[in-house]
Design a protein around this ligand. Structure first.
Ligand SMILES: [Zn+2]
Length: 297
């Protein structure tokens, strides 16, 4: 009798210890996970975006047939209702800027920060919203870079920096942003950084190298590097989880695509098909030998 009782007690004790330890262990793991993600909200933000991109049902602008008339490109460019800019230039290793490229650069307000003239109002509006909502300044670490500065950067760190001609900074179209104490990878650790990377779409900016687009861009995720493309392109690109490479490829030359009250067309040559009844058009070179037209009806 005595022997049986002892052996029963021996088998029950480890099980009882397990019952006590297991919940404690689970609580600890859960607690550490919550603490980890709270202090690394950038990882959670990236994970959420990647997940959303994976399960997103793409709804791309559809081609529409419109009544058009032909016009010489030069005549269109001299129309008072036409704005020419460089916003939609595709710049990468495959399509570098030519040696003769002239960026349209000017100083931002009364600072020594130089950026492409077409992005200044959009950046001013976005940084004003960040200041208003988060009470922090949105700073620019780098904007326009000359070819010489890009060359120096590439020599410094060829593994990360783009080759001369392949950087959007040389066109002044890209901004490397930060808020106090949160720059580089830590940009989206701040609520202001996450706001910028989510809402830049409404100001004409895109996160140029998103984590879900590494295969298409060939460049690892850069949450701090924003690129101006203008409206409504930024909304389409960000909402459909596209990269600029995919977007430009999507817009087949000669077709018209409708997005809200905008018509978008990608055309080559000096004679252009213009939709009847347009009120304003923005024309940008594409850096592939053609132009992108954003018609407002
Ligand atoms: Zn950059």
């Amino acid at each position: 009798m005595t022997t049986t009782t002892i052996s029963k007690k021996k088998t029950r004790r480890p099980r009882r210890i397990l019952f006590i330890l297991l919940p404690i262990l689970l609580i600890l793991v859960l607690g550490f996970s919550i603490l980890f993600f709270l202090s690394h909200q950038n990882l959670l933000f990236q994970f959420r975006n990647d997940l959303a991109a994976t399960f997103h049902q793409q709804s791309l602008p559809q081609t529409v047939s419109v009544s058009t008339y032909t016009i010489q490109l030069d005549d269109l460019l001299s129309d008072p209702n036409c704005t020419k800019n460089q916003a939609l230039m595709l710049i990468n290793d495959t399509y570098p800027l030519s040696d003769s490229f002239q960026p349209e650069i000017s100083s931002y307000k009364d600072t020594d920060v130089q950026m492409n003239s077409c992005i200044q109002d959009a950046y001013a509006a976005m940084s004003a919203t960040v200041r208003e909502q988060f009470d922090v300044p949105l700073y620019v670490r780098e904007a326009y870079r000359t070819a010489k500065e890009q060359e120096e950067k590439t020599e410094e760190n060829s593994a990360v920096a783009a080759e001369v001609g392949a950087s959007e900074h040389q066109a002044g179209l890209a901004l490397d942003l930060y808020v106090p104490q949160f720059g580089g990878w830590a940009f989206t650790k701040s609520a202001a950084g996450r706001f910028v990377d989510t809402n830049c779409r409404d100001y004409g900016f895109i996160v140029r190298y998103p984590s879900y687009g590494e295969k298409q861009t060939g460049i690892p995720y850069e949450p701090w590097h924003l690129r101006y493309v203008g409206l409504p392109h930024s909304q389409i690109i960000m909402d459909e989880y596209l990269t600029l490479e995919e977007y430009i490829d999507l817009l087949k030359p000669g077709s018209f695509y409708q997005y809200g009250s905008y018509l978008i067309s990608h055309q080559n040559g000096r004679v252009i098909d213009a939709p009847s009844g347009w009120k304003h058009v923005t024309v940008s070179e594409d850096n592939l030998g053609g132009y992108l037209f954003t018609w407002e009806l």
